[in-house]
Write a protein that binds this ligand. Structure first.
Ligand code: PRX
Length: 564
């Protein structure tokens, strides 16, 4: 029998997965929200004000923030006041329900205050990843017709204000002595003047809450739209997958510019009313471990890259830090090698629980639960109430152990409600109703566990960064001996995914180890180290469909040694 780990915590919130699947009903989760009784909906009320009004919870920390230079603690009670103030600032600038407000900041307390304030006025907020450069910022602000942007004076240099006709105001955080230009206002000054009282804008459950941009297959980013009803999915996944309990202190390491940071770094812990930790600044293993130790983090949601770095430096960490506060650890965003799960079990005394989802799914879809046995290497089983399957090109379910497209039956509460101003691209996800087609390749085993095998389309994630396989293929075709090339991601025990290239040679050239090395050298010299395939295999022909596109599923099967 393969390696199966027993449940990490039989006392978990979700104790009997099979039973929960049989009896699950989203309607029961809805009853936990105040709007179920009052009819007044706004996620900010459920996430902040409700706890602020609860004497047992109002003094918990909705934000414990630290970076190299700054430490701050904000209770739910204080956050109610601060977000009210920010909501008043937005109102003063003329922001109305449905207007788009962007946040382009490094992680800092103002980020979180701004998120809550935006939701309170009913604006559609859009968090932007702090490393985006001018072109990407322009594209996103233009596409969404953003009206207000919150940023820093330094990052404002990447915002082409004059080329954005819809953008009326920029709110500058930490503006200090800077002279404000027309349209710019100072966060500090405006917040100081604003009132603590604000009447929350009551919404419809289907009203938009935020847009997160993801890179699309044609290059233009897609604005993935989520609504207030998402909260139903956030609450129950936080409870059953993150296993959050009343006295927990969560750290989700992703920043809000990515969906994990927005959902499980902000809204989900807030809905549960637990302590929520955020560390600003760049990744540094030592500082990160110190944060876990000094803040006694109990639940930690991070990424395979972080865990693999820890595994490499386990000795140093063990000598320097006490990480024994960690009760439950989870991963997302890329393949989590089985070795890392086994290592974690020894090192942390608890394995890492992999979770699978996407910006478009809005909440965790498939997961390893602390009350269920883990098969390391598997992303786990569908969340109760979620129906997942592996389907073929026609949307037909395929038998276990067959590679296909990972699909989810349409209609869960946190599913995206649209691609901003692009109905056609939204519909592309639903070409085989009732399935939402994820674009990820996977298979399911006989016990219903799912195994991620890479992206079907042109993108692969290598060391956490998206790489375009078409970019690599084009580069490879530039080498004189190469007639055609097809590239896929190949699971790798250490790096998660590596680039694997299949190459068809021109007549007169024959496969050899030297030729492989020459091709790699060509890639290194003329393109980038990042695009160099780790594995190269020669084939007589690269499979292409009628439209001329590389049939990646066949390449993937070759890479995995499965029948094509
Ligand atoms: O390819 C899958 C990969 O990340 C993609 C979604 O990326 P994004 O929208 O940025 O959201 C990331 C976090 C929710 C998926 O299509 N991915 C996500 N989780 C896993 C994963 N790949 C392997 N294993 C996972 N657990």
């Amino acid at each position: 029998m393969e390696n199966v780990l027993p449940p990490a915590n039989p006392e978990a919130n979700l104790r009997d997965y099979s039973k929960a699947c049989q009896s699950f009903d989203w309607k029961e989760v809805e009853q936990e929200f105040s709007w179920h009784l009052t009819g007044k909906v706004n996620i900010a009320y459920e996430a902040i004000d409700r706890h602020a009004e609860d004497p047992t919870r109002c003094h918990r920390y909705c934000l414990i923030y630290e970076d190299e230079n700054r430490r701050e603690r904000i209770t739910y009670h204080q956050m109610r006041d601060l977000s009210n103030k920010f909501a008043n600032v937005l109102k003063k600038l003329g922001v109305e329900k449905g207007d788009r407000v962007f946040i382009f900041l490094p992680r800092c307390p103002e980020y979180y205050i701004a998120m809550a304030g935006c939701a309170k006025v009913g604006a559609i907020l859009s968090p932007l990843f702090e490393d985006l450069m001018e072109m990407a910022v322009r594209e996103r602000l233009r596409d969404s017709g953003a009206k207000v942007l919150v940023t820093t004076p330094k990052m404002a240099a990447r915002v082409p204000f004059t080329e954005l006709p819809d953008l009326r105001n920029i709110i500058l955080v930490g503006s200090g002595n800077i002279v404000l230009r027309p349209g710019e206002v100072s966060w500090e000054e405006e917040i100081a003047r604003a009132s603590y009282d604000f009447e929350i804008e009551w919404m419809d459950l289907e009203d938009p809450l935020y847009i997160i941009y993801t890179s699309g297959s044609t290059g233009k980013p897609k604005g993935v739209l989520h609504v207030h009803r998402d909260m139903v999915g956030y609450l129950i996944t936080a409870r059953w997958v993150l296993d959050l309990r009343d006295d927990d202190r969560l750290w989700t390491t992703s920043e809000p510019g990515w969906i994990t940071g927005t959902v499980y770094g902000v809204f989900a812990p807030w809905l549960c009313g637990v302590d929520n930790f955020v560390r600003g600044g760049r990744f540094g293993l030592e500082g990160w471990c110190r944060s876990i130790e000094s803040h006694r983090i109990t639940v930690w949601y991070s990424s395979p890259t972080v865990f693999m770095r820890m595994m490499e430096q386990e000795k140093e960490i063990a000598e320097q830090c006490d990480l024994s506060s960690l009760r439950h650890i989870l991963s997302v965003g890329g393949p989590l090698p089985p070795e890392v799960v086994f290592w974690a079990r020894r090192f942390f005394k608890t394995p890492i629980h992999d979770t699978w989802w996407m910006t478009e799914t809005g909440m965790i879809m498939i997961a390893n639960y602390p009350g269920m046995p883990i098969k390391p290497g598997s992303i786990g089983k569908p969340f109760p109430g979620i129906e997942a399957a592996i389907v073929d090109d026609h949307g037909k379910e395929v038998p276990p152990l067959t590679l296909g497209d990972l699909a989810i039956k349409k209609g869960w509460p946190a599913m995206m409600r649209g691609i901003w101003r692009d109905e056609k691209r939204y519909q592309e996800y639903f070409s085989h109703e009732p399935w939402y087609i994820s674009g990820d390749l996977a298979y399911m085993d006989d016990d219903g566990y799912f195994y991620f095998q890479g992206r079907e389309d042109y993108q692969i994630k290598v060391d956490g960064a998206m790489i375009s396989t078409t970019e690599v293929e084009e580069a490879l075709r530039g080498y004189p001996a190469v007639a055609d090339a097809g590239v896929v991601g190949q699971p790798d025990p250490i790096r998660g995914t590596v680039i694997m290239a299949f190459i068809a040679l021109k007549p007169g050239f024959s496969p050899s180890g030297e030729l492989q090395e020459e091709i790699r050298e060509f890639m290194r010299r003329y393109f980038s180290r990042r695009l160099v395939p780790k594995e190269i295999e020669f084939r007589p022909e690269i499979p292409r469909g009628e439209d001329g596109a590389v049939v990646r599923r066949v390449l993937k099967a070759w890479a995995l040694g499965l029948p094509d």
